[in-house]
Design a protein around this ligand. Structure first.
Ligand SMILES: C[S@@+](CC[C@H](N)C(=O)[O-])C[C@H]1O[C@@H](n2cnc3c(N)ncnc32)[C@H](O)[C@@H]1O
Length: 279
């Protein structure tokens, strides 16, 4: 992210493409030719190929986490929404614990891991032998798997706590209420019902609900701060940052998405700086 200065961002909030989740395979192949080659080779001949693909996907995302460390201010927070993946490869069921890999990588980079949030999504159906819905045979033990119905919101800090002058008025203006504090700072967030309102376009980009972005922005930044989203998607972070009077910088690789984000932001500019960068 060469356009972004060192120590200039207060909060990085994003949801990257999820490693080993099929809808993002093509993007990882575009990011790294070696991933595309390994997928082609994966035909039951080499058992380690899927592990290599998974590792390469995370190594590519790690470049963004490394850059995030550079651009964050001392005490700045990185909030990463990620889900684990399950997949049958070579007729073998596997769990790919993405949240775990990202924690390991971010700690190596130098981040401090903070307690994370579990976003409990409206349930999809339980799985039987990793093959989708339980269907009729679903009440007999022991071959069913627990459904992945939580995503993670991983939280990291660069360096020590952020410091403020006493009586910093922007900080006081950004205060949350007691009810908000009690709800937001608990570990499980159940945001039922919100998904039903999501448009086809937002589903295609795997957008998170506005409520997730709004809570995180208000928990971990103050008015006037700069927020970065390196994987904008439909632009939920940017739109919400704008509404909460924060500046925002964002990247998105798909140009058709950029036009849509730009339109929705331009309709309602409140924030002094909204900066979208195409890769
Ligand atoms: C999970 S989606 C983000 C969804 C977003 N949080 C929202 O609410 O709409 C990930 C996005 O990252 C974008 N992306 C993938 N690779 C990228 C790259 N190398 N640079 C920038 N954006 C990328 C994808 O096109 C996709 O829109």
């Amino acid at each position: 992210m060469p356009e972004v200065d060192d120590c200039s961002v207060h909060l990085m909030l994003t949801s990257p493409p999820y490693p080993m989740v099929q809808m993002w395979d093509a993007q990882f192949c575009k990011m790294d030719e070696k991933i595309a080659q390994l997928w082609q080779k994966l035909s039951g001949t080499d058992d380690d190929d899927d592990e290599q693909i998974y590792t390469l996907m995370h190594e590519n995302l790690a470049k963004t986490w490394q850059e995030t460390f550079r651009v964050l201010v001392e005490g700045g927070i990185a909030a990463i929404n990620i889900g684990d993946a399950t997949r049958r490869l070579d007729n073998k069921f596997q769990l790919f614990p993405n949240h775990n890999r990202i924690i390991e990588i971010c700690e190596k980079i130098g981040f401090t891991t903070l307690p994370y949030i579990l976003w409990k999504k409206p349930t999809t159906k339980p799985h039987y032998k990793g093959k989708g819905a339980f269907l009729g045979s679903g009440f007999l033990p022991p071959n069913a798997y627990v459904t992945l119905d939580c995503e993670f919101i991983l939280l990291f800090r660069k360096g020590d706590l952020r410091k403020f002058p006493c009586n910093d008025h922007m900080r006081y203006e950004s205060k949350f209420t007691k009810t908000q504090r009690d709800e937001w700072f608990s570990q499980i967030w159940t945001l039922n019902g919100i998904r039903q309102k999501v448009s086809e376009f937002e589903r295609r980009t795997a957008a998170y609900p506005d409520e997730i972005a709004e809570r995180l922005i208000k928990m971990f930044s103050i008015k006037g701060d700069t927020i970065l989203d390196p994987f904008l998607g439909s632009g939920t972070t940017m739109k919400t940052a704008n509404n909460a009077q924060r500046n925002c910088i964002g990247y998105e690789i798909e140009e058709d998405l950029l036009t849509i984000i730009q339109k929705s932001i331009n309709k309602n500019i409140k924030s002094p700086t909204i900066h979208i960068i195409t890769r």
